[in-house]
Design a protein around this ligand. Structure first.
Ligand code: 13P
Ligand code: SF4
Length: 359
C-alpha cells in the first residue's frame, strides 16, 4: 500500500458527521420533491397558492420541508418580519410581526436558537433581549438605510448640543445607537413614547419623516435627524392621488416612514401590523398598501374579497433572506449576531423601557 493510499480519506463511519450529513441534506440536489415531501407540505401550499404557481412548488417544498424538520430537531425558533416573502412568512416562520411584536416575542422565546428573518437591527434587538441564546441571521449583509444613517458618536454629539432633551430612538438602529438613547420606539408606538416624557422637546431620531408624522400628533416640539427609509421615501402624494382620481372608493393605507405629504392622502397610517389589522378589520373592497411589496402578498390569502393595488417598492435588504440561506443558517449555525457586552446593557435597557411602556 502506498503512502498516498494510507492517507486516503478517513472512513465515513470513523469521522464526526457534519450537520449537513446529520440532517441528511449534504447534497443540495438531493433536496428532492418526493411523494413524502409533497404529502407533508400540501397544507402549506394552500397558504401560498396565490403567489407560488403549482409548477414551482417542487422547488420550494423540499427546502420548506427540510427547514421545518431541522428547526424542530435543533429546537430553533424562526422570527419573520411582515416584509418577508410568502414562502418564509407562511411556511417556515414560527412568529411573524412588526418590529414591536418581534421584539416582544424575542424576549419570550423558549428554545436556545433564534433565526431572525429580517434585517440586521432586528436580529441585534433579539440578541439584546437574549444574550444567552444563539441568534442567527441568514444573511449578515441584510442592513437598513435608516440604521445606516446614524452612529453612536452622532447621538453623543446631539446630546451635547441639546443637553437634557430626551432621546427617543427608532428601533431601526444599531445597538451602538440604542446604547446612547433613553428609550426606543417603533412606528406603532412612537407618539406614545414621545408623550411619555414630561419634557416639551424630544429628540426623535433618526427617521425624519416618522418624526414629522409624530410631530403632527403631539404638542411637543420634535427635533430629528435626516435619516430616511430608502423604500418608503420613493412614494409620492402625486402618484397616490392619481389612483384616487381613477377610483375614489380606493382606500389608501401607508407606513409612517413615508413623507408626511404621502401620509396626508392616506385613509390610515400605521406600522406593518397596524396596516394588516386595518385591512382585516375593515375589509375594504379595494386597498392600496403604501409599503414594501411582500405585505400585500402575505395578507392577500387571509382576506378573501379584498382587492390589493400594489404600487409597492421592494426592500433589497429584506429580500436577501431566502429559503436556501435559512437552511444554511440552521445547518451551519450561521451567521451569528453578537453584541459587544460593553454596550449591550445600555442598549437593552432602551429596548426594555419601550416594551414595558403601557400603551
Ligand atoms: P414596522 O415596525 O412597522 O414593522 O416597520 C419596520 C420597517 O422596517 C418598516 O420599513
Ligand atoms: Fe430599513 Fe426601509 Fe428596509 Fe424597513 S423597508 S428595513 S426601514 S430600508
Amino acid at each position: 500500500m502506498t503512502r498516498l493510499e494510507t492517507n486516503a480519506a478517513t472512513p465515513v463511519a470513523m469521522r464526526p458527521q457534519s450537520a449537513a450529513e446529520r440532517f441528511g441534506v449534504m447534497d443540495r440536489p438531493e433536496l428532492k420533491y418526493t411523494p413524502a415531501v409533497a404529502r407533508e407540505t400540501a397544507h402549506l401550499y394552500e397558504r401560498v397558492r396565490h403567489h407560488i404557481p403549482e409548477i414551482e412548488w417542487p422547488v420550494y417544498a423540499p427546502y420548506i420541508h427540510a427547514i421545518n424538520r431541522i428547526k424542530k430537531e435543533r429546537g430553533a425558533a424562526i422570527l419573520a418580519h411582515n416584509y418577508q416573502t410568502p414562502d418564509i412568512y407562511h411556511c417556515v416562520a414560527d412568529i411573524v410581526g412588526d418590529s414591536l411584536q418581534l421584539a416582544r416575542e424575542a424576549s419570550l422565546v423558549d428554545g436556545e436558537i433564534i433565526i431572525q428573518c429580517g434585517v440586521h437591527f432586528m436580529a441585534e434587538t433579539s440578541k439584546l433581549l437574549n444574550m444567552d441564546k444563539t441568534v442567527l441571521i441568514p444573511d449578515i449583509k441584510a442592513g437598513c438605510s435608516l440604521s445606516d444613517s446614524i452612529t453612536g458618536a452622532d447621538v453623543r454629539l446631539l446630546k451635547q448640543r441639546y443637553p437634557g432633551v430626551p432621546v427617543v430612538t427608532y428601533v431601526n438602529t444599531s445597538a451602538d445607537v440604542k446604547a446612547e438613547t433613553d428609550i426606543c420606539c417603533t412606528s406603532s408606538n412612537a407618539v406614545a413614547v414621545c408623550e411619555s416624557f414630561e419634557s416639551d422637546t424630544i429628540l426623535c431620531i433618526p427617521d425624519e419623516y416618522l418624526a414629522m408624522n409624530v410631530a403632527k400628533q403631539t404638542k411637543k416640539k420634535i427635533l430629528t435627524w435626516k435619516g430616511h427609509c430608502e423604500v418608503h421615501e420613493r412614494f409620492t402624494a402625486a402618484e397616490l392621488l392619481a389612483y384616487k382620481e381613477a377610483d375614489p372608493t380606493i382606500e389608501i393605507i401607508g407606513h409612517p416612514e413615508c413623507h408626511p405629504d404621502v401620509i396626508a392622502v392616506c385613509d390610515y397610517s400605521g406600522s406593518t401590523a397596524g396596516m394588516i389589522n386595518y385591512v382585516k378589520d375593515t375589509r375594504p373592497s379595494r386597498v392600496l398598501l403604501v409599503t414594501e411589496c411582500s405585505m400585500a402578498s402575505n395578507i392577500e390569502s387571509e382576506v378573501e374579497g379584498v382587492e390589493f393595488i400594489k404600487p409597492c417598492n421592494l426592500c433589497p435588504h429584506m429580500k436577501r433572506i431566502t429559503l436556501p440561506k435559512i437552511l444554511d443558517s440552521l445547518l451551519f449555525m450561521t451567521e451569528e449576531v453578537l453584541v459587544d457586552p460593553a454596550i449591550a446593557g445600555r442598549a437593552r435597557l432602551a429596548v426594555e423601557r419601550m416594551i414595558n411602556l403601557k400603551n
